[in-house]
Design a protein around this ligand. Structure first.
Ligand SMILES: Nc1ncnc2c1ncn2[C@@H]1O[C@H](COP(=O)(O)OP(=O)(O)OP(=O)(O)O)[C@@H](O)[C@H]1O
Ligand SMILES: [Mg+2]
Length: 247
């Protein structure tokens, strides 16, 4: 028995005649930093869509902490503790950095209607301060979000995903389009987040993934090609042939 937080069993996803995922079964243990890797079109983002509740799979089950969430609305996935930060940037560019995080914190706050309004606003502001500090953006709270550098916008997005204090954080290509410096900052942030909660990344940068993740799952044409430690994946002949060999 493992302490799996997330278990998917026989997940398939069809888009018309095309099958993006084909009977994927995999489990992720609590408190670990894992990554899903694989070539473009392998089904990684589709997998994240399913485990974050954005899409119900054509077949298969999704369990979180032993509870079957298959077919539940997305807000139920969020309520039980699953959050996703996206492959594309999803911040409100016209709002300030602090306002962005406040919006995210407020959504969580909305559940605690019993609090007096002023207390609630105070709590939201404090939560936003804490979240910005957590991702290293405290000094930029008053800036317009759209004016931040790309890497800072991605960190802001992480702060927003953290507003719900998720047990499981899903990050789809968190370093996409980043400079080496920005990538370094994001890597550090991911490693530290993984000390407090379960994190699963989708990432193309192999050096990054091999360096910080404890466990890798390789998807290829919608199927699990291999899973294991970075060393096991590096030395897997099949993985080298279809994926790593080409880099
Ligand atoms: N809504 C959709 N309708 C039709 N086909 C889709 C849809 N979403 C994804 N696909 C197809 O499913 C396959 C898997 O897509 P997915 O986005 O999951 O890949 P990925 O592994 O995330 O790729 P990348 O590394 O490029 O982000 C691709 O062939 C894609 O074109
Ligand atoms: Mg993708």
């Amino acid at each position: 028995m493992s302490a799996a937080v997330l278990e998917v069993e026989g997940i398939s996803q069809r888009f018309g005649a095309f099958q993006a995922l084909k009977g994927v079964s995999v489990a992720f243990e609590a408190g670990r930093l894992s990554a899903i890797i694989g070539p473009n079109g392998a089904g990684k983002s589709t997998f994240f869509d399913i485990v974050s509740g954005a899409r119900a799979p054509t077949e298969g089950r999704v369990r979180f902490l032993g509870r079957d969430l298959t077919g539940q609305p997305q807000h139920e996935f969020a309520r039980v503790g699953i959050a996703k930060s996206f492959q594309i940037t999803t911040i409100f560019k016209q709002l300030s950095v602090h306002e962005n995080v406040r919006v995210a914190a407020q959504m969580r706050q909305a559940r605690y209607q019993l609090l007096r309004e002023r207390t609630a606003m105070h709590t939201v502001i404090e939560a936003a301060d804490r979240l910005l500090e957590r991702v290293g953006l405290s000094a930029l709270g008053r800036r317009t979000a759209g004016d931040l550098a790309h890497g800072q916008q991605r960190c802001l997005e992480v702060a927003m995903a953290l507003a719900s204090d998720p047990l499981l954080l899903l990050m789809d290509e968190p370093t996409a389009g980043m400079s080496p410096e920005e990538t370094g900052v994001m890597m550090g942030l991911i490693s530290s987040l993984a000390k407090e909660r379960t994190v699963i990344l989708v990432e193309h940068k192999m050096k990054l993934v091999m360096g910080i993740c404890e466990r890798l799952v390789v998807l290829h044409h919608g199927e699990v090609l291999a899973e294991g430690s970075p060393d096991e994946i590096r030395n897997n002949a099949e993985v080298r042939r279809v994926y790593l060999g080409r880099r």
